[in-house]
Design a protein. Sequence first.
Lengths: 191, 166
Amino acid sequence: MASGNVEKLELSFSAVPDKPKKDWVLMSLRVLAFLATASATLVMALNKQTKNFVVATIGTTPITVSITAKFHHTPAFIFFVIANGVASLHNLVMIGVDILGPRFDYKGLRFVLIAILDMMNLVLASAGDGAATFMSELGRNGNTHARWDKICDKFESYCNRGGAALIASFIAIILLLVTTVMSISKLKPKN
Amino acid sequence: MESITKARKICHLLLRFLAFGATLSAVIVMATSHEKASVLVFQFEAKYTNTPAFKYFVIGNSLVTVYGFLVLFLPPESFLWRLAVATDLVFTMLLVSSISAALAIAQVGKKGNSHAAWLPICNSVPKFCNQVTGALVAGAIAVIIYMILLLNSIHRVLDPLILRKC
C-alpha cells in the first residue's frame, strides 16, 4: 500500500512540465512584423529623386535648376521613418525576449510589460501611418482650396516608392494588431 | 470591499464619459470651423471638408463618439466586456491615426512647405486655424483617455477580485 502511494507521488512529479512550450505562431508573427516595419523604414529613408527643370531661356540656352525630393523635407515623413524605426526595434527586442525565454522574469511581470509595450508600439506605428498617408495623398492630388500644387506628376518614382513604404507599413500594422491581441490574451487572472 | 468595487466602477464610468465628451467636442469644434477670406481678387472659404485629412478626423471621432455612448450603457458584469476591450484597441488606433493625419496637414497649413512651394494659409484665415487647433487638442485628450482605459482593462484582467483604486 505504501509503495503504491510512493509510485503515485513519483508519477505526479514527473508529469509536471519544467519548460512552457514556445509559441511559434506569435514568434513568426513578430518576425514578419519586424521585416515589414524595417522595410518600410528603409524604403522611405532612402527615398530620393533628383530632377532637372528648365526655368528660363536666355537666347538659345535654357537655364536648368535641379530640384531634389527627399523624405526629410516633410515632418510627416520624418515622423513616419522614426515611428517605423522604433517599431522595428521593439519587434527585434521582443523576438530576443521570446528566444531567451523566462530567464528574465520577475513574478510574472514579463507578460504584463510585453502586453503594455506592444500596445504602445501599435499606437505609435498607426500614428506614423496616418500622417504619412494623408501627406502623400496631398502630394498626389494637391489641394485646390489652399492653392497647393501636386508634386507627384513631376516626381513620379519618389511618390511610387513612398507608396510602397506605406503599403509595407499597413501590413505591419495588421500584423502588430494581431500580435497585441495575442499578447493581451496571454495574461491570465491571478486566481 | 463593496465600497472599493463601487468606487472602481464609478471611476471607470467617469473615464468613459470623459472620453465620450472629448471625442464629441472634437467633432463639434472641427465641424463648425469655417471662415471666409478674400486673397487678392479671389474669395475663398476655409472649411473642414477642403482636406480629406480633416474629413477623416471628423468621421473617425464621430464613430468613436457613437461607440462611447453605447458602451456607457453596457451592464458591468456582462460577458461583452471582452469584445469591448478589443473594440477599444481598434478604436484607439483609429483615433491616433486620425489625429496624426490632421496634425500633419495642419502643420503644412501653418508653416507651409518651401520645398514643394506650398504657402501657409493660416495668415489669411486665423480663426479657422485656431478652431482646428482646439479640435486637435480635444482629440489628443480623447486619445490619452482611451489609452488609460486600455491600461485599466489590462489591470482588470490581471486581478479581478483584488480591486484597487482605478
